[in-house]
Design a protein. Structure first.
Lengths: 488, 450
């Protein structure tokens, strides 16, 4: 039996669409969302978060008098939908008081269809006890040395049923399932604090799929290494400032792509409509098909179809089918992430990037899976060929200017590369650069064996703030002559 | 808005019906609207009616939390059932000593009917006037204007029955020319207190004065940080240092330093949700009464903030800084921060600087680099200005800073008497009340192209 009351809800949505049509709106859509979240977080041997959240509601987006309005409610009755539709129209008319031109949308064929995330094991049916027991075992291994002050481990599961209907005739139902886990050991000695994480920092790794994602992580197998590396960092020297060739590990590459390619290729930023919070973009319209964003080996795509990515779905929140688009082709900047409205600015159709953080948020241009295509290098060969360089792994901090040019990242650990091996480790490593200079210095990317789609479940954008679940397929890559260790 | 009587009645019955040893219901409801603008027109305009009800139950020391955003009897019953099921599968929490009991709350004025009823059309009318003003100066405005109201309820089996309505209005305006930008913002529980024209004028003036910015090399400079800049640093300083979790895990710069001097004498920071000068609120999400908590007093580390669970780890009482039940693992968080004002004006601070920078605000700060030393990095944004011989000398291209805040705030050369309320991550239930501050040196480590 389907766990959600989709059919009944769809009828209510279609009735509301009829109402919007009767009010003569230029365009309207309604999106019902029911989301369920299970969160488990352990600190040492204490389960300090074990919660389940159910969240549902609907949002109505209209263009009336040539301007946008959006209203939403958690009360999912037919009467409330009509009331909220009326409110959305009034809001659009308020927006129209300041319009310069009527809003237009790029052509899109109205879709009818369904999509469901493929999965093997429903994480909501896996009992809590084995999940908690697994995390307890991880924390026990991490805590075997008293210098590990805190062991934190967590799992998170999210499922969403969504129904979308529009005045153009779209009728779409989707069921998305996402799963993930991770852990961090915090070592403390005197005033020194160091962390190591697996499989990634900031909560771990996530993807679309079931509990098999957690099982594939083999969480227990890495706990001893994580513990020992955290302890070793306590006595490691800080990374000396200077210029070095660097090899960046896969998970940090994911955040590098996220901040320096994902966000600046969002066309709403380019057109200035995100200035008020997140900022703009250096990739202005005159740079399209002109700017050598990176070296010839750098090809970056927006791909909502890649299996297992946290940004993988059937349709975006404007009803556009999931697709794959080039953003950077052999180093040349060739594409934006767009909506139906913004795509017109570059004479294209929507790239299917409109996504909302739930029913109560307006869809915005959000990353799907922004992937750096794999190269040809073997990881061991890359280290052997980078003598005197550094290997940097696992994100610790991130910061970038509001046009996405000057960035600074911190990672958990750095190693000297000597004779093809990892040598001396360094604590608190930082590297910094200017986006196009940095990507043009990329001269090696590891091949598909080392390529993984990393989930980033906490991408913030918009007002009110929206948190998007996005992903980045990346492999370790090398960059030449990069400024590192800049805190002094 | 559902209203006190219905909320107390419905949630009270739910709590009383629970078979758990301890049961707590927390309700947060909002009705809000937000208008975003860019290029002198409104491009996003949204409204939301939503609520969330959390149940936290304890079977002995086994705690379960579940939440729903549907305020129907069936949904509430299901959420309570989910919480009980989770508790049955839980481990014992050795620090749990029961849920907080009945408390007396300060009487605070947190709700303004006019703000609750402020319409999208009213917001658009006010914005239309500033768009015209900007266009006349060949500038484009971007920003947001929000207004709305909500209600918070905490009811538990230990005798807490708390209800408080609240309202909030906020605006942020960025004015842009081809080569520069300026920023100003406002926040109040009363929309009538927001002078949109004055806020826009301030942003427009700064953008105008920063046209054709010059480049300065990254170096250590004396700085005057305006309130929005101070608040954005404090937001991160609080997150990595003033909460009980970071303190107890010894990642905080406050750990092991209570009673010790950690910054210059002039710096006093406290959390105080009872001060109506900020976004006051009488109780936290556990129904514990709010009070003033001294964090840093005249440069000396004094305390961090606690919820009941984290306080129990140190055999202390909660300071009234609990988050919602699903975030109880985060410990206490300071939501109503104040930096004590000084005696200067902004002109006084600028007038004392021989060669330095005036910082409007920062962008994309990150504080995870080295938390025991409170090292932050971030970019300047929207109106960085050169100060030479006590005078403002035009705009400067943006710079990246990377510095220990303990070091930077060890040399405070002036603080304004006037303070601004600045919005923060936690929206309508708190804010940061900050003055402008003059610092003897601030490390800039990188530059950008604009």
């Amino acid at each position: 039996m389907h766990p959600f009351p989709g059919k009944t809800m769809k009828d209510k949505l279609k009735t509301t669409i009829d109402y919007l049509k009767s009010r003569g709106v230029n365009y309207g859509d309604i999106r019902y969302v029911r989301a369920e979240t299970e969160s488990i977080h352990l600190t040492d041997e204490t389960v300090d978060t074990l919660s389940k959240d159910i969240d549902q509601g609907f949002g109505i987006r209209v263009i009336a008098d040539g301007a946008w309005g959006f209203a939403s409610s958690s009360i999912c009755t037919a009467a409330e939908m009509r009331k909220v539709a009326h409110r959305a129209i009034n809001i659009a008319r308020a927006s129209a008081m300041t319009k310069k031109a009527d809003v237009r949308l790029a052509e899109a064929k109205p879709q009818s269809g369904t999509y469901a995330t493929p999965f093997d094991s429903d994480p909501f049916k896996v009992r809590l006890k084995p999940k908690i027991d697994l995390l307890l075992q991880v924390n026990k291994i991490l805590k075997k040395d008293k210098r590990i002050k805190v062991a934190e481990s967590s799992m998170g599961f999210f499922r969403m049923h969504q129904v979308f209907c529009s005045t153009e005739g779209a009728e779409i139902e989707q069921d998305i399932l996402q799963s993930g886990a991770g852990y961090t050991a915090t070592a403390v000695e005197g005033s020194e604090v160091q962390k190591r994480s697996y499989p990634n920092s900031h909560g771990g790794d996530f993807g679309t799929g079931g509990y098999e994602i957690v099982e594939r992580m083999n969480l227990l197998d890495h706990a001893e290494r994580v513990r020992e590396e955290a302890i070793a960092l306590l006595s490691a020297p800080p990374l000396p400032a200077g210029r070095r060739d660097i090899v960046i590990g896969g998970s940090q590459m994911a955040l590098q792509v996220h901040e320096s390619c994902g966000h600046p290729t969002e066309l709403d930023r380019v057109l200035g409509t995100e200035i008020s919070l997140a900022g703009g973009s250096f990739l202005q319209l005159d740079k399209l098909n002109q700017l050598q964003y990176g070296s010839r080996i750098v090809t970056i795509v927006a791909d909502a179809t890649v299996p297992g990515g946290l940004g993988t779905f059937g349709y975006d929140d404007e009803g556009i089918p999931a697709r794959r688009d080039l953003l950077v082709r052999e180093g040349l900047f060739v594409g934006y992430q767009t909506s139906r409205e913004t795509a017109l600015a570059v004479g294209r159709t929507s790239s299917g990037a409109m996504r909302a953080d739930g029913w109560n948020r307006l869809p915005l241009i959000r990353m799907t899976n922004i992937n750096l295509e794999p190269g040809s290098a073997e990881f061991d060969d890359l280290l052997a060929d980078t003598d005197g360089g550094l290997l940097l792994e696992t994100n610790k901090s991130w910061s970038i200017d509001d046009q996405r040019l000057n960035f600074m990242f911190g990672v958990e650990i750095a190693w000297d590369i000597k004779n093809g091996q990892k040598g001396q480790i360094y604590k608190n490593p930082l590297y910094t650069g200017i986006t196009p200079e940095f990507w043009n210095s990329c001269d090696a990317i590891c091949n598909e064996k080392y390529w993984h789609v990393w989930g980033v479940p906490n991408c913030g954008k918009g007002e009110p703030m929206q948190t998007a679940r996005v992903a980045h397929g990346t492999a370790p890559a090398r960059f030449r002559n990069i400024e590192v260790g800049v805190t002094k | 808005m559902i209203g006190r009587e219905r909320l107390w009645d419905t949630l009270g019955k739910m709590v009383q019906s629970s078979p758990a040893d301890h049961t707590e219901a927390v309700f947060v409801g909002v009705e809000s609207g937000l208008t975003r603008f860019a290029n002198n027109y409104i491009h996003q305009n949204v409204a939301e009616t939503n609520s969330k009800t959390y149940f936290r139950v304890a079977l002995g020391r086994k705690i379960g939390v579940a939440a729903t955003n549907a305020f129907s009897l069936n949904s509430l019953k299901q959420a309570l059932k989910n919480a009980l099921q989770i508790a049955r599968n839980q481990q014992e929490n050795p620090y749990f000593k029961g849920i907080p009991g009945q408390a007396a709350y300060p009487q605070l004025d947190t709700f303004d009917e006019k703000t609750a009823r402020f319409t999208p059309r009213q917001r658009a009318s006010k914005l239309k006037t500033i768009f015209k003003k900007a266009a006349n100066k060949n500038m484009a405005l971007a920003g947001s204007f929000s207004s709305g109201a909500g209600e918070l309820v905490v009811i538990n089996t230990a005798g807490v029955t708390a209800y408080q309505p609240f309202s909030s209005a906020a605006t942020a305006v960025i004015a842009m020319t081809d080569t520069s930008s300026g920023y100003a913002q406002g926040l109040s529980r009363r929309v009538g207190d927001l002078d949109i024209r004055a806020i826009a004028t301030k942003a427009i003036d700064r953008a105008h004065r920063c046209r054709n910015p010059k480049e300065m090399k990254p170096d250590q400079y004396e700085v005057v940080l305006e309130p929005a800049a101070v608040a954005s640093l404090l937001e991160w300083i609080s997150y990595i240092g003033f909460g009980s979790k970071a303190f107890q895990e010894e990642t905080s710069f406050m750990a092991g330093k209570i009673g010790q001097k950690i910054t210059g004498d002039q710096l006093t920071i406290y959390d105080d949700a009872t001060d109506q000068a900020g976004q006051a609120f009488p109780f936290d999400f556990e129904g514990v009464s709010k009070r003033k908590v001294e964090l840093i007093t005249q440069g000396v580390a004094r305390s961090v903030v606690y919820d009941s669970l984290s306080a129990a780890k140190e055999n202390k009482a909660s300071t009234g800084n609990a988050l919602t039940p699903d975030a109880s693992g985060e410990g206490g968080i300071a939501l109503n921060l104040f930096v004590e004002g000084g005696e200067d004006s902004l002109d006084d601070l600028i007038g004392g600087v021989e060669n330095g920078l005036l910082v409007t605000r920062f962008h994309y700060i990150n504080g995870y680099i080295d938390t025991p030393n409170a090292v932050l990095t971030g970019m300047t944004r929207d109106g960085l200005m050169r100060i030479k011989n006590g005078k403002l000398r035009g705009g400067v291209k943006n710079l990246r800073f990377t510095d220990s805040m303990l070091r930077a705030f060890s040399d405070i050369r002036g603080i304004t008497a006037g303070r601004e309320l600045v919005s923060s991550w936690w929206d309508a239930l708190g804010c940061i009340t900050a003055p402008a501050v003059r610092l003897g040196s601030f490390k800039f480590t990188g530059k950008t192209d604009f």
